[in-house]
Design a protein around this ligand. Structure first.
Ligand SMILES: C[S@@+](CC[C@H](N)C(=O)[O-])C[C@H]1O[C@@H](n2cnc3c(N)ncnc32)[C@H](O)[C@@H]1O
Length: 203
């Protein structure tokens, strides 16, 4: 997929791995599987035409900030990229992963997506961790997104991963449970293990 990755940023990704204690190294390396990077490149390619200058982008379940750092390498003029995750470890590691963009424009927030209150009005809201949250959490999170916001969601059919509590079979079912019918985009990205789904709509 056609996204730019700066060598200086890739060095920071490796620094984070190098500095990680052995007990957490595998947890961190999971963020760099080719399936993860491809899915994020796929997302960037598809939202690029919708990104206006000075956008505020919110990424929920943003993990250690790989998508945030990839977004900031694309030469887009972004106002804020909020990387929100419930796990405080993500913010700590994310400071190294996203070092060149820390505080401007990337800001890390530790919060349950269900309880999140928007700071600046969002232009784009992204959730790449829809399979990790209950329907109740997802519905509460979705209900708080202001009308007219561009919403981008990803999920998958990787049922056998024990952290996945809300997988779906097929993109149509994925769109239904995530309230993203009547979308601008819906698609499937097959890898050697599972299929990832993505949908984009204006709420
Ligand atoms: C394995 S990771 C990311 C997986 C995702 N498919 C991706 O590629 O970005 C899932 C993340 O969701 C986060 N998460 C789970 N429940 C959450 C919640 N209620 N609010 C915010 N983040 C949450 C976890 O802490 C974890 O960092």
């Amino acid at each position: 997929m056609n996204v730019k990755l700066d060598s200086s940023v890739i060095s920071n990704w490796f620094n984070a791995v190098r500095m990680m204690d052995e007990s957490n190294k595998h947890k961190l390396l999971d963020a760099f599987w080719h399936t993860q990077i491809d899915a994020k490149a796929w997302l960037i390619e598809n939202i690029r035409p919708h990104i206006k200058p000075n956008s505020n982008i919110y990424i929920f379940g943003g993990w250690v900030g790989v998508l945030s750092s990839m977004l900031c390498q694309q030469g887009l003029q972004l106002n804020n990229v909020f990387n929100i995750d419930i796990d405080p470890w993500c913010k700590k590691v994310g400071f190294t992963i996203c070092q060149p963009f820390l505080n401007n424009p990337i800001r890390f927030i530790t919060c349950d997506m269900a309880n999140f209150e928007y700071i600046d009005s969002p232009d784009i809201v992204i959730n790449t961790s829809t399979e990790h949250v209950s329907q109740e959490t997802y519905d509460l999170w979705y209900s708080k997104i202001p009308e007219k916001t561009l919403v981008v969601v990803q999920g998958n059919n990787y049922f056998s991963c024990d952290q996945h509590i809300r997988c779906t079979e097929g993109v149509e079912r994925f769109c239904e449970v995530n309230h993203v019918v009547n979308n601008l985009f819906k698609g499937e990205l097959q890898n050697s293990i599972y299929t990832r789904y993505m949908a984009i709509k204006v709420k």
